[in-house]
Design a binder for this molecule. Structure first.
Ligand code: HEC
Length: 186
């Protein structure tokens, strides 16, 4: 009789213990499908092939990287599962008068690395995204320079990449990427 009580108490407790430990771990780490904000920081991205560098914004400079898996894509194709794209966002350097400094060719100069934005795709990863904001199987995450997660509105990432559509695989610099690589005529 006592055994039965112990068993029923355990079976009531275990599901909660299980859920509690799951919620501590992003699903990406437990083998599930990650959601926006759950990607791992790609620590080695500086060793990825550079995609475009020195992109000039009004108050920032951006460098783009793509991992070796993504670099296998051919023009006209979607990027394969396992592709990782990284965008470094540097603040532009200001002089003591608070004006933006200009390099020899009139471009903004990089100061500190402000943020690291990441897009990564895997089979079926898009399934949790709201239908009107589906960007194929891409998932978005934003980090500080040191890899800590930033708390941002991921609907904004999706909304701004959405218009590129399937033909550009939701990648803003799709055409430049392939033309720079010299495979633009595939
Ligand atoms: C206001 C529009 C806008 C929003 C919001 C936005 N992006 Fe982008 N994103 C761009 C543009 C434009 C580029 C191309 C680089 C450039 O011109 O600055 C880009 C490029 C990228 C790239 C490089 C691949 C590519 O598309 O060329 C990544 C990775 C990226 N964004 C991630 C993110 C993440 C993560 C978020 C949300 C935290 C985000 N973006 C929000 C407009 C946006």
């Amino acid at each position: 009789m006592r055994k039965l009580i112990v068993l029923s108490v355990l079976s009531v407790l275990f599901p909660f213990i299980g859920c509690g430990s799951m919620s501590m771990t992003p699903s990406s780490q437990s083998g599930g499908v990650p959601r926006d904000g759950e990607l791992m920081f790609p620590k080695d991205y500086k060793s990825f092939p550079a995609f475009l560098t020195g992109i000039q914004k009004p108050d920032a400079v951006r460098d783009l990287y793509i991992n070796p898996v993504g670099a296998k894509a051919q023009s006209g194709q979607a990027f394969p599962d396992g592709s990782i794209m990284v965008m470094e966002i540097y603040n532009a350097k200001k002089n003591t008068a608070g004006e933006f400094e200009k390099g020899a060719n009139g471009t903004l100069v990089k100061a500190d690395l402000a943020k690291v934005f990441v897009m990564q795709k895997g089979a079926g990863w898009g399934k949790h995204a709201p239908d009107i904001l589906k960007n194929g199987d891409w998932i978005y995450s934003a980090f500080k320079a040191n890899g800590e997660r930033l708390d941002v509105d991921y609907a904004a990432c999706r909304g701004c990449h959405l218009p590129l559509g399937d033909s550009k695989d939701y990648v803003h610099r799709y055409d430049e990427y392939f033309s720079k690589r010299g495979h633009g005529s595939h």
